[in-house]
Design a protein around this ligand. Structure first.
Ligand code: C5P
Length: 350
């Protein structure tokens, strides 16, 4: 990967990270009367993140982004989040929201939803509204089904549309290798394809078995599946061959779970051992895939990262803060774990 651009934060501004998620498991239970799908989703934040800089403005709300595929108008979920929050609070404050994109767009990693949640949290602080995650939840779920999860982070169970989210007492830690096939897939199109097969199959209840097991050992992960994978590969049939190769390499290097994330197109492998993850990363890169390495971010780490970003006063002091480095060097990049030694796949109780 190339070196990251420096992110400058002006006096009175805020720099907040917006972490990506993967779905360790995803089950589709049925179609709801509102047209959405009833889901069970095992969400997990990872330390791949966009950077968002918020600068105060008297009245105007605007979004800038360094990625050409990200719209700047009201199709942008981060801008909609700011507009909705301002309407909700009945105030006339403004902000400039500058997004440095690192999370692949249309990759099933929740980048747009995470940006929106980060904007809600940061503007809540900057505008002194005092709503907090609980007070922002209603706004978040109106913005999108994945947005409420990012008010929480860590390892969490999402039910209903995936927007009713519960932290798991057991937080998973470990390493992840992500492959971005570079072909965005539309979530709505994947769900529309799922409808065609919904009546034909039984619900699998693997997530229930996973959360109710004691998670001793790593075998628990191997029961998890993503029920959107088949529909995603119908939607993007040209990826089927790639996915077979990717999964083969990930599993061959010892992944305890290898799966599509969300509705795709990112594919990931989960590892208990940083060396295996590095080997998988190298093997995939040698095979010509665009690949990233990341670590899982637990609920505690997510909260600590937010506390650091917003600070006691909510304002970053000093004129400049910079972040640089490439993915895979988490110490330099300010991993929420704070430069601790690489640990295996672990389960911590909250
Ligand atoms: O909520 P969000 O806009 O992120 O969802 C994108 C699309 O995914 C929705 O328009 C809908 O078609 C589909 N979806 C669904 N059921 C869910 C979540 C998303 O059908 N629980």
């Amino acid at each position: 990967m190339t070196a990251r651009p420096r992110v400058r934060v002006p006096r009175g501004g805020l720099l907040v990270p917006a972490f990506a998620k993967i779905n360790l498991g995803l089950e589709v239970l049925g179609l709801r009367p509102d047209g959405y799908h009833e889901l069970r989703s095992l969400f997990q934040t990872i330390d791949l993140h966009d950077d968002i800089v918020i600068r105060p403005r008297p009245r105007t709300l605007e979004v800038r982004c360094d990625h050409p595929a990200v719209p700047r108008d009201e199709r942008n979920l981060a801008l909609r989040a700011a507009l909705e929050l301002r309407r909700h609070a009945g105030i006339e404050r403004g902000a400039e929201i500058a997004i440095t994109k690192r999370i692949p767009v249309g990759g099933g990693l929740g980048g747009g939803s995470s940006d929106a949640a980060a904007v809600l949290m940061a503007l809540d602080r900057q505008w002194g509204l005092g709503l907090g995650p609980a007070g922002l939840h209603g706004l978040a779920r109106r913005l999108g089904a994945d947005v409420p999860f990012f008010l929480l982070g860590g390892t969490a169970l999402g039910v209903a549309r995936g927007d009713e989210v519960y932290p798991l007492r057991r937080q998973v830690r470990g390493h992840v290798v992500l492959v971005d096939p570079g072909r965005p897939i539309s979530t709505a199109a994947v769900f529309a394809r799922v409808d065609q097969s919904l009546t034909e199959r039984q619900n699998s209840h693997t997530i229930f078995r996973f959360v109710s097991s004691d998670l001793e050992g790593l075998r628990a992960f191997s029961i998890l599946t993503n029920e959107l994978e088949e529909a995603a590969l119908e939607e993007a049939p040209e990826l089927a061959g790639q996915v077979r190769r990717i999964r083969g390499i990930l599993v061959g290097e010892g992944a305890v779970l290898a799966s599509l994330s969300g509705s795709g197109s990112s594919f990931f492998g989960l590892y208990d051992d940083g060396r295996r993850a590095r080997r998988a990363h190298a093997a995939l890169a040698a095979a010509g895939f665009r690949v990233l390495r990341a670590r899982l971010v637990s609920l505690q780490q997510y909260r600590a990262s937010w506390a650091r970003a917003l600070g006691a006063s909510g304002v970053v002091r000093g004129s400049n803060q910079s972040r640089s480095g490439h993915h895979g060097d988490h110490r330099r990049q300010g991993h929420p774990g704070g430069g601790r030694k690489a640990q295996g796949l672990r389960v911590d109780r909250v």
